[in-house]
Design a protein around this ligand. Structure first.
Ligand code: CA2
Length: 156
């Protein structure tokens, strides 16, 4: 469908998945989530470039890169979701579609997690389904990309 990958960008502390707080985030590691996300992308004829950083500026740089070299963005900004105007500005500055994901249902948690800055520049948000949040984001992005691309007619 697209020769460019989906950039799947993960923010602070998500490298700890599977090691701590399994009651909130489950027992899967970030590598397990990467495998599930890549699998869902493959089913949809897409590839992923899956990354994690504990540094806000690095995530900003990757959003810029995704704007040039990606077909879309799936962003779990971790706690930066609730604080980062920089991530919102970066997403707003690129023209590729972005979907925000969360493993946990942030609306069932502390009030400060009910605020999302990147959401204002996202197509939508998927939260609360663990690894399925990532799979659902891939299918939502794939169907958005398919519906927003001009159809190819054989021989024209
Ligand atoms: O539910 C999500 O995906 C979050 O983005 C996860 C963030 C949290 O700050 C957001 O409010 C919701 C936290 C990621 C930290 O992940 C850890 C995993 C294992 C152990 C400790 C932290």
């Amino acid at each position: 469908m697209s020769s460019k990958p989906i950039y799947v960008l993960n923010g602070p502390n998500l490298n700890l998945l599977g090691e701590r707080q399994p009651e909130i985030y489950g027992r899967l590691s970030l590598e397990d989530i990467e495998a599930a996300t890549a699998d869902e992308a493959k089913k949809n004829g897409l590839e992923v470039d899956f990354r994690q950083s504990n540094h806000e500026g690095e995530l900003v740089d990757w959003i810029h890169e995704a704007g040039r070299a990606g077909c879309g963005i799936i962003l779990n900004a971790g706690a930066l979701t609730h604080t980062s105007v920089s991530l919102l500005d970066a997403l707003a500055a690129v023209t590729v579609p972005a979907i925000e994901v969360h493993l946990s249902n942030v609306f069932r948690r502390e009030p400060f997690r009910h605020v999302s800055y990147p959401a204002q520049a996202a197509l939508g948000i998927i939260a609360g389904f663990g690894v399925e949040s990532y799979r659902l984001a891939v299918t939502a992005l794939a169907s958005h990309l398919a519906s927003s691309q001009p159809l190819h007619h054989a021989g024209r």
